[in-house]
Design a protein around this ligand. Sequence first.
Ligand code: TRP
Ligand code: SF4
Length: 330
Amino acid sequence: MSEKKDIILSGMRPTGKLHLGNLFGALENWVRLQDEYHCFFCVVDWHALTTAYEESLNIKENVREMVLDWLSCGIDPDKAVVFQQSDVKEHAELHLLLSMITPLSWLERIPTYKEQLQQIEGRNLATYGFLGYPLLQAADILVYKADAVPVGEDQAPHIEFTREVARRFNYLYDRKVFPEPATILNEYKVVPGLDNRKMSKSYNNVIEISIPPQEIPSRVRMMITDPGRIRKSDPGNPQICSIYAFHRIFNQLELKNIETACLEGQIGCVECKNILSGWMQKFLEPVFHKRRELEKDPQIIEDILNKGREKAREVARSTMQEVRSAMGLL
Ligand code: TRP
Ligand code: SF4
């Protein structure tokens, strides 16, 4: 471990197989960051339980599927520490100790808390665990003394909250135990779903990262184009077309041509979709084969997580010594 590299931590809830929205919204950033920083990438299985506590039986399988996706997209366990939250009990201890100094009002005012309480239907989220979600996240980050956290915009308030908790701890115990982590906003590519809404598992409109290449054309054919276009000679509007949004990601090279051809009614949507499918296959084929390779070894994910656990623990343990000492427990 090089000493001068900044430490980065990020986490994802184990939702099972990831989709292209996850890849171009978060994972791509992680892959880039692992070369420059000392990265910890955490499967936050306890966080999954804060909302899905009635479905806990799936978590183990979901962890495996998600880590397979991470690796097939280029997360490299030799560069980054890949591990599972519940394997490192120090997160729980820090969460508990920080709960002593965290005013309830700080948690209650976090925007995601109020929004999700209202939005998520059919579940009782008036729980202690759900209110504490951001504090558990703060513990994930602070236990590694992370300097920065790459997240989507929706998570920015949680990192701000983490800084406040760190500041309060350092102030109360008069020691600089925790750095105040910076927010790195993920570079984000817009990925519409098959129905042109945002790609999201809850809308059932996703393309999985692990899609077999031969299934890509049929999935692309299902995607919605400019609804105003009936004949090939009708001028189209690429700006409202999800196929065009995908060309932006997968076919930078011909983007201008596609745009012009569409605007001038020189290309039909079927042809445009075929071109896109070809580029997507080219991009996703190596990802698919990498995954197949990894899947052959039933032990590999467990081995990687075990190794990650040991590396993560070492850091977390040493932080907790400082925390206990600062709070007068040692
Ligand atoms: N709350 C994050 C999300 O829903 C997941 C998460 C948990 C996380 N712990 C974290 C992200 C620590 C960054 C750092 O996306
Ligand atoms: Fe969309 Fe391509 Fe059809 Fe234009 S030609 S509407 S960009 S699919």
